[in-house]
Ligand binder design. Sequence first.
Ligand code: NAP
Length: 349
Amino acid sequence: MSGGERVLVTGATGFLGRHVVESLLRAGCHPVVLVRDERAWAGSLVARRTEVSSAVTVITGSPLDPPNARDPRLDGLRAIVHAAAVVKHSRTVPEDLFPLNVDGTANMVRLARELRARMIFVSTSGTVGCFRDPRGTADEDAPYANELVGRWPYYQSKIKAEEVARDIARKTPVDLVIVRPPVMLGPGDTRFRSTKHVLSVMEQHIPLVPTGGMHFTDVRDVADALARLVAMPTARPIYHLPGTATSLAEFFQMVAEVSGAPVPTRTMPDWALRSATRTVSRIAGGLGLKVPSWVPDPVVAEMASVHWGLSTLWSDQLGYTPRAPRQTLVDTVQYIRAHHPAFAQSRAA
Ligand SMILES: NC(=O)c1ccc[n+]([C@@H]2O[C@H](COP(=O)([O-])OP(=O)(O)OC[C@H]3O[C@@H](n4cnc5c(N)ncnc54)[C@H](OP(=O)(O)O)[C@@H]3O)[C@@H](O)[C@H]2O)c1
């Protein structure tokens, strides 16, 4: 078992969580991962070809079934990095979305309080940084963007989670830090969820280019910032981790250039796209049919007509400077080409 300060990581089988574990190891910490399925954790190590298993303590459980604060594996815990969440952009959401995202977060804040550990909650830029105007931007003092994102259950759940966490921290002392990254790209998204927009361009599955925006950063830079936050003697209550903001048209063009796929150019007014996706989903739902994967969910279509502006007052304190966006896209494309089933034939050739 490695030495170093212990840090509990939730969501360690996910895209960000696995990078967090690696960043913590590089920083000399001892990650303790809370996973609901040990086989998924073991499988994720094989998928990433990392040799971290012996340096990590595994606890089976979940934020909804948290470990006891007296568990000796949590002795001397320095911090919790809480990255587990159900991330689904739809009005048809899994039944565990609100329980995990809200109650699970509250449980982790209470555990951090009992253990006197820093509670680092990975929220999302979307709780504050969503605008109709492409010039809009939100820093750490910005109010919640309820008017726009309150229509979308995932963002509702993250706002609620932030509110519940802050409420607990107001009533009893907890060193709570909320971190808000935008969309994360980079290698290692085994579910191809966060990197779906990149995959869609590569598969030529972008039927129309919406008028909204995109804001992305590199998952590895977010993970390193979180690891540095663990070690900082004192922290601010909120950190934004802005990346690159573009229109979706520019974003698709950048991905096309990097991947060699054709640039999607066909456009459609936003109202028409929103209404088409709603109609398809209503008809498919009524007939009990599955909506084709290239037809966006109505929530995704609505999100594609707005803009995602994020700025920061102090994330330089975390040594956070995201790498060049082109490098992130090159590495994302390379990972997708090497791992996604759609490219299995070209790999074999
Ligand atoms: N990806 C982005 O672009 C992005 C942007 C902003 C903020 N965020 C936030 O960053 C965090 C990590 O996102 P991600 O992209 O790494 O997500 P991800 O790849 O989908 O991973 C989600 C993690 O949550 C766990 N989880 C899901 N449902 C669970 C449940 N019912 N009980 C216990 N654990 C459960 C998963 O465990 P299993 O392996 O067992 O399913 C997995 O470890 C989330 O809090 C998300 O809100 C993400």
